[in-house]
Structures are given as structure tokens and as C-alpha cells.
Design a protein around this ligand. Structure first.
Ligand SMILES: [Zn+2]
Length: 528
């Protein structure tokens, strides 16, 4: 009998393993699970050097896998003014002024995470500070606002007729930028001028973010954008033995990308370390409902005149994604609008005809609205629904622009977790941090408790069991790692999380009172 390094006893083990869903004890040797069963059975793995952790009757699950985050971006965000809690112009002024005073030597004032409809013009930001350039980004990363100084520095205050593949500089009737910048290229015109932290500072911020992920029970993430440089930043942490999070990094295929540029995605796929792996390509089919950039089937409820073009035409997407598919890469596409979801599915269908069907596990990210006739196509095509429950407005009372843009006609098919699951879609869960908080309990809270927007809407909520599976077993499947992690099973990687409660005994409305108390990655306790 091998002696274990760690034994966790007296726990309510939820294994995510269908053949044996519950247990009391788990034994770990090195980086693997060597035993799952009863307290008594675990005894025989004990010797004098074994550490025994009393689970106190609380839930132990496989480590959580967040299938959609922006880790390095997010880490860098953490070095700027945090605007998530800002609700009024006054709040914004206070936070930015405070940040400016604390960072006197920085020329720029950069803030992140603001909600929509708090500011919309450069003049409002000029009132906060007109001498230093200001750039603030929306919580979803799809819109930014800049003051006059920043727009001048970027050379875009007055109409310069520049072409943008993916971006809109909103202008007034005289051709002056209003301060609102929609989507990547427009935001980057300003944002890229603000100095980025140097590589040492980046590394520190990244380690700090990983520590915070571990503290909520997250042991793996899918970093839903990236390139070789970003992959190498993670790999450097693994090389120096400082990596405490498994990171799967797709290559971001931008609309202007050439076919030759996909070679980088192929090179990334060759990186298969213990913690850091490539193997996928990420596309954006559209933007977001909030900024009228979601590609929809029917007109916007609050402005029927808005016409949106997808970022990739069907032909363009199919051509680029089929090349990725041919290279054996997994493809993931950001789709918030129902038109985008449909076009991604059309593309995947076309790719199967071009390259033949294989175990590709291509995925659609977000799926904020999905037409009923498209729901069964996920199962038919073997496409994964990767969803982030905190994106859904919790209730109509929140009075978010999202529910206004979509309108009551679409609410029954909005964030359709239950309907997609019923239609046989493989569902995985995540946060889309920094768009939403990464703490799984916050995302699970929304999944368990979200209110209907209209009384006649179907109930789209998930059960706690489905949430845990969506964050563990079903998330591991999404990255082709279902035989290595995502379940508490003998021989599997020892990625585990022990909670402060028996989660199944907690009132769903109070689920956020439960916290991770011990997180293990690769057999090492990284948080306690
Ligand atoms: Zn995202």
C-alpha cells in the first residue's frame, strides 16, 4: 500500500464521477489521487509523514475549471483604477481622483470595469481631469471612454477618416469624437498610448491574480485570448516553479489575420506542459448587446434602425476556422447575439463538410440569446456551449441596458442554460473575468437564483449539481482533459477544493457565504 502525502477525511466528497458520485475520504500521493472512498479505507494509506485534513463534514470537489477568463489582461487591469463598484458620476470622480493622487508620477489615469450609462462624453471626463489623459474601460471590455486630452494625443479628436476592421469612434455632427470608443480597434487607438507595466510588474500582478483565483477554489482556466508571447509569460512562471494554475491558451485570430499567421496557433499547440497548454483558436463573431454591436437575427428592441455586421462574414469565418480545424485545433467563437450564434453553427457545419467530422469539440462562447431552432444544433454538431452565468441580468429590477436592447420578445431565449442543456448541448461554465467576478460562488449564485424577466419566461436556472459538473467534469472535457482532471477518481490529477460548508445543505440564496478553505493544485496545497 503506498503511503499518502495528504489524506482528507470526514468530507462530503462530490466526485463529479458518475460511476461513484459520493465518498468520505481522498488520499493523495505526489500529484495524483490514489484513493477515493471511506474514512476507514483511507486509514491504510496513512503513515507518520502523512498529513491528515479533517473535512469537518464539508464539501470536497474537484478543483474548479473556469472555461473563460482573460488572465493576463485581468492581471494588468488590477494595476489600474477599479471601477466595478462605481454607480454615479460622483463615485467615478472620487475613484479616479484618488487614483490620480496615489499615482502622481503616472501621466495617464486609467480605470477599468465601469458600467454603461454612467458617462458617455469626453467633457464629463474633462471635468474630472483635463490635464492628464484619461481612459476608462467598460466592464465587458467592449467600450471605452476617453477625455479630450487622450483623444488629442491619439490624433482622433477630429475626423481623420481612419479605417478600422473592428471599431467605431463615435462622432458628433461636427465630426468631433464624443469620447465613446466602441470595440477593439477604436479602444486601442487610445489605450495603446497608456504605458503598460514592465515585465517584472506584469509577473507580480499575474502571481497576485493567480493567488486570488486559488483562494476561490479555481485550479484551471481557459484564457480566452492570447498569442505565443502571452503563452510564454505563463510558461515562464511554470519554468520557475511558481505556477499554481493550469492555463489553456488559445490563439486569438483577429479579423485582419492572414492564413500564414495561423502558424503561430500551430506553434502554440505544440506547447503541452503540465500547467500551460496551447491547442485552440479564438474568434470574435460579434460584440455585445450593450454597445449595439451584438449581431442579431431581429432588430434591437430599443433602436430598430441599428444595423450590425458580424466581425467575420460566414465565408471568412469558415475559411479561417476550417484551416484551424485542419491543424487539429479547437475553435472557440465569441457570440453574444443570436445571429452570431447561428453563423458560428453554420460555419461549424460547413467545416464538417469540408474537413470531415472529427472529435473537434468546437465551442461557442457566451450565447446570450439563441433562437430555439439553433439549440438542437449544438448536440447535432458536437459543439460546446461555454456560458458565464453572471452575464445574465439577475432580474429586471437591475434596470440594465441589456434587457432594454433585447426586449421582452427575446427574454424567453436569453441566457438559455436550461433550454440548451435540455436540447443536449454540452454546457461548461465560467466567469469571463474581468467582465464578471471569477469567484465561482458568485456565478453559481446567479445560476441558482436568477429571476425571470417576465412571468411567462421559462425557468433557465441550473441545479447546484449541474453547476459543479459544469465547472469540473464538463469543463475538463472542453479542453480534452476528461481523463486527467475534473473528477475525483483514482489516478486523476490531485486538483481539489474543500469548502467551508456542505454546499448541498446551504440555502441557494446564501450560497455565497460558502468559501473555499483549502485548494490543492497538482498535489500541492496552494491556498488554505
Ligand atoms: Zn471573454
Amino acid at each position: 500500500m503506498p503511503s499518502a502525502d495528504v489524506i482528507i477525511t470526514n468530507a462530503k466528497v462530490f466526485t463529479s464521477d458518475e460511476s461513484s458520485p459520493y465518498a468520505e475520504a481522498v488520499a493523495v500521493k505526489g500529484n495524483r489521487i490514489v484513493y477515493v472512498g471511506t474514512d476507514e479505507g483511507a486509514e491504510s494509506f496513512k503513515d507518520k509523514s502523512t498529513r491528515v485534513i479533517d473535512g469537518q463534514g464539508h464539501t470536497l470537489t474537484p478543483g474548479f475549471i473556469d472555461t473563460h477568463v482573460h488572465l493576463l489582461w485581468g492581471s494588468i487591469w488590477m494595476g489600474s483604477a477599479q471601477l466595478q463598484e462605481v454607480r454615479t458620476k460622483e463615485d467615478l470622480k472620487n475613484v479616479l481622483t484618488d487614483f490620480a493622487n496615489k499615482n502622481k508620477t503616472d501621466q495617464w489615469i486609467v480605470g477599468r470595469g465601469i458600467r454603461y450609462s454612467i458617462v458617455s462624453t469626453r467633457q464629463e471626463l474633462d471635468e474630472i481631469n483635463e490635464d492628464r489623459p484619461i481612459y476608462i474601460g467598460a466592464f465587458d471590455g467592449h467600450t471605452g471612454w476617453a477625455n479630450t486630452k487622450a483623444l488629442e494625443m491619439a490624433g482622433i479628436l477630429q475626423d481623420d477618416k481612419r479605417e478600422m476592421a473592428n471599431g467605431i469612434i463615435v462622432r458628433d455632427e461636427n465630426g468631433f469624437a464624443t469620447g465613446e470608443l466602441r470595440e477593439g480597434d477604436a479602444m486601442r487607438a487610445v489605450m495603446d498610448l497608456a504605458p503598460v507595466p514592465d515585465s517584472n510588474r506584469k509577473r507580480e500582478l499575474l502571481k497576485l491574480a493567480i493567488e486570488k483565483f486559488n483562494a476561490t477554489g479555481i485550479t484551471s482556466v481557459h484564457n480566452m485570448n492570447g498569442d505565443m508571447e502571452e503563452l510564454m509569460a505563463y510558461a515562464a512562471l511554470e519554468d520557475s516553479g511558481e505556477m499554481n494554475l493550469r492555463v489553456y491558451v488559445p490563439y486569438h485570430v483577429k479579423p485582419e489575420a492572414t492564413e500564414e499567421m495561423l502558424t503561430e496557433a500551430g506553434e502554440m499547440a505544440k506547447v503541452q506542459m503540465d500547467y500551460v497548454r496551447g491547442g485552440a483558436a479564438k474568434f470574435f463573431m460579434d460584440g455585445v448587446w450593450e454597445s449595439y454591436t451584438a449581431f442579431n437575427v431581429h432588430p434591437y428592441a430599443d433602436d430598430p434602425d441599428v444595423k450590425v455586421e458580424p466581425i467575420f462574414s460566414l465565408e471568412h469565418f469558415t475559411r479561417m476556422a476550417s484551416l484551424c480545424d485542419k491543424m487539429g485545433l479547437q475553435v472557440a467563437v465569441h457570440c453574444c447575439g443570436d445571429g452570431a450564434v447561428r453563423q458560428a453553427l453554420d460555419g461549424y457545419e460547413a467545416i464538417q463538410k469540408i474537413n470531415g467530422r472529427r472529435d473537434s469539440r468546437h465551442r461557442v462562447e457566451h450565447i446570450e440569446v439563441c433562437q430555439p431552432e439553433d439549440m438542437p444544433r449544438f448536440k447535432e454538431l458536437g459543439v460546446i456551449a461555454s456560458m458565464q452565468t453572471s452575464h445574465a441580468p439577475f432580474s429586471l429590477e437591475e434596470d440594465l441596458v441589456w434587457t432594454k436592447r433585447t426586449g421582452p420578445q427575446r427574454w424567453p431565449i436569453s441566457f438559455p442554460w436550461r433550454d440548451l442543456k435540455n436540447a443536449g448541448a454540452h454546457l461548461s461554465l465560467g466567469s469571463d473575468w474581468t467582465v464578471a467576478p471569477f469567484d465561482p460562488m458568485i456565478n453559481i449564485y446567479v445560476a441558482l437564483n436568477r429571476k425571470k424577466y417576465a412571468p411567462s419566461d421559462p425557468d433557465q436556472r441550473l441545479t447546484l449539481e449541474e453547476c459543479i459538473l459544469g465547472y469540473t467534469r464538463d469543463a475538463a472535457y472542453v479542453e480534452f482533459m476528461e481523463h486527467e482532471k475534473g473528477q475525483i477518481k483514482e489516478g486523476y490529477l490531485a486538483d481539489l477544493v474543500l469548502f467551508s460548508h456542505d454546499l448541498f445543505e446551504v440555502n441557494p440564496e446564501e450560497i455565497t457565504t460558502a468559501k473555499a478553505v483549502m485548494t490543492m493544485v497538482d498535489g500541492r496545497i496552494v491556498f488554505e
